[in-house]
Structures are given as C-alpha cells and as structure tokens.
Design a protein around this ligand. Structure first.
Ligand code: NAD
Length: 325
C-alpha cells in the first residue's frame, strides 16, 4: 500500500483542487484542516479528512503517529493581505508558528519532504517584470513576511536536518475545476475574478477599480492569473522532484492581464455587463505583477494549460453559477 500524502489546508481553494488531482492520479491523501476557512464538501471522494489545527502540537504528533506519511503539501495559512497589516499577530502565529509546529511533527516522525504554498507577495514592490526567482525579496506586508520567513526556515532545516523542500510562489490563483465540482469559495472574497462575477450576477455592488492612472497600457493594475488546476499539476510534479531539487519556483502564466481586461473578458464570457465604479488607488498595490515561470518549466517540466484569461474565467463562471458551497 502506497504511503499517504498529508495535505494541510486541503479543504481550502487551492488545496482541494490539488487533493482532487493527486487522488485522481492514484495518491492516497489525508487532508488536515481546521475548517476556519475550508469546506468539508471540497474534500475529494477517496481522501481522508482529519479536523486538525496546526496550533495543536499534540494533535499533529498524533496525526503523524497514525499515518506513515511520504510527504507533506502545506497550504494551511491565513492569506488576507490587508488583515495581516491590521492584525499581524494572527498571521505570525498561524502561518509561521503553525508551520514550525508542522515541521516539528514531521521531523519527529522522520518525514522530510514538503511542498509549500509561497507567494509573489514575498517579492514586494517589483523592481522589474517579468519577476524571476532571483528578484530581490522585500515583502511589504506581514503576510508576505511570514511566507518569506518560512522559505528561510526550510533552507536552514535542509542544512541541519536534511529537509527536502520546494516552495511554490504562486501569482494570482484563479478559475475552478473544469467539471465545476469544486471552485473558489472564500468568505470574505477579495479576489478580482469572483468579485467581478458576483457583481455581474447582481449579488454584490459594482466592482471597484482601484486606480486608473497606473503606468500600464490601460491605466489599471496588471496581474498574472494562474489557473488552479495548473497549480494542482505543479504540486504533483514538485512532489516527484523533491528527491533531486530543493528551492523556490514561480508558478505563473507569464502573461499580465489588467483589471479592465479581466472585466472585459468576464463580460464576453457571461454575455452580461459588469457594473463598475472608479475608486482611488489602494496603498501597496504595485502597478504590474507578472512572472517568468521558466524555472518551473525547466525543473518540473510544468507548463500551464490555461493561458487565455477567458478560458480561466469560463471555468470560474461555470462554478459561480452552480456552486455547491
Ligand atoms: N489564492 C491565491 O491566489 C494565493 C496566492 C499565493 C499564495 N497562496 C497561498 O496558498 C495557500 C492556499 O490558499 P487558498 O486561496 O486556497 O486559501 P484558503 O483559505 O481557501 O485555504 C487555506 C486552508 O487552510 C486552512 N487553515 C488555515 N489555518 C489553519 C490551521 N491553523 N490549521 C489547519 N488548517 C488551517 C483553512 O481552513 C483553509 O481551508 C495559502 O497558504 C495561501 O497563502 C494563495
């Protein structure tokens, strides 16, 4: 019987898509989530669910005693950038101490392989685009600081304890499963594509465009939207590469899409107008954030399948119309 993979935060958005992909490809997955933000319904059939909080060191120890894990894929974290500024303690405690607790339980059980959800927020204000992995890392909010700190912890644990680690720095995760079985469901929702689709449905007020005077082709902020199913595939490939590679990889399309382009694409996909409101710039929003993902291509043999924003939005719209949670 194959050794199971532990997926922390596997009831959340990216974790559930990854768990589903791994399970569909024959892996035995155990999902550990405290359901603070996750959804029990998002756990794929065939995966085992364990209600565990990373703050609970005894529960983590018991979990690693119960299963003989081959590796860990670590998604569990808080990820609201604005809240991390107003309540940093919450982020250092959950993201950083939670990860240290997880590593303690892993090493205690002799599990030395981890794939981690890092983020483009570790780079901070871009000095150049497309951003590659060598770009300086100067995060501008506590959320980004917690993720960068964890990357550094891994490097030290590699030297001292032989930890094998790959940190995947995602840009903007987007979209839903192609069959609409699962999709994005954050409360509160802060991500542009679901907010645009909810505004189109008339569920929320007009979408606010924060700043139309940036140094970008149409004046609105440019981001790199990477499909959640492409992220899932990258995690599987990273698990396979842990023996030969340790380090950090960007996961992105390499294509920058502006806020106005997202809205136009959503209108084309849905055939409906999106009500918009122009608002002032928000502090801490860089004009352009998009990445070079050549290293992931080289090391993992990974290539995003979704490179057209309309196709990504189409999966999000199908989910949004039939969402189950
Ligand atoms: N969504 C994005 O665009 C994006 C971009 C870059 C990085 N990330 C990172 O990817 C990961 C997943 O993001 P997501 O959008 O799927 O978020 P999410 O909130 O949907 O999923 C996170 C999951 O972790 C769980 N969790 C949080 N703290 C926990 C704890 N202490 N113990 C157990 N479970 C806990 C939550 O209940 C939730 O199910 C996060 O680490 C996030 O920082 C996300």
């Amino acid at each position: 019987m194959a050794q199971p993979i532990l997926i922390t935060g596997g009831a959340g958005y990216i974790g559930s898509h990854t768990a589903r992909h791994l399970t569909a490809n024959g892996a035995k997955c155990v999902i550990a989530d405290n359901l603070v933000y996750g959804h029990r319904e998002a756990v794929p059939i065939g995966a085992v669910f364990e209600l565990v909080d990373l703050a609970d060191r005894a529960a983590l120890k018991a979990l690693f005693g119960k299963y003989n894990f081959a590796a860990v894929v670590h998604f569990a974290a808080f990820a609201y950038v604005g809240e991390s500024v107003t309540d940093p303690q919450k982020y250092y405690a959950n993201n950083l101490i939670g990860t240290l607790n997880l590593l303690e339980a892993m090493l205690g059980a002799g599990v030395k392989k981890i794939v981690f959800s890092s983020t483009c927020a570790t780079y901070g204000e871009p000095q150049y685009t497309p951003i590659d992995e060598a770009h300086p890392q100067h995060p501008i909010n506590p959320y980004g600081v917690t993720k960068l700190a964890i990357e550094r912890v891994f490097a030290d644990y590699e030297k001292a304890y032989g930890l094998r680690h790959i940190s995947l720095r995602y840009f903007n995760a987007a979209g839903a499963a192609a069959d609409s079985a699962i999709g994005e469901s954050h409360t509160p929702e802060t991500h542009l594509i679901p907010l645009v689709l909810k505004a189109i449905k008339g569920e929320t007020p007009p979408i606010k465009i924060f700043g139309t005077d940036y140094d970008t082709p149409d004046g609105t902020c440019v981001r790199d939207y990477i499909h959640v199913e492409d992220l899932a595939v990258a995690h599987q490939l990273a698990l396979e590469k842990l023996g030969s590679f340790c380090g950090c990889l960007n996961l992105a399309t390499g294509v920058g899409t502006s806020v106005r382009e997202v809205i136009a694409a959503a209108e084309a996909v849905t055939g409906k107008r999106c009500p918009v409101e122009i608002a002032p710039r928000r502090a801490g929003d860089p004009a352009k954030l998009y990445a070079a993902a050549d290293k992931a291509r080289e090391i993992l043999g990974w290539q995003p399948r979704y490179t057209e924003i309309k196709e990504t939005i189409r999966t999000a719209w199908n989910w949004e119309q039939n969402r189950k949670f």
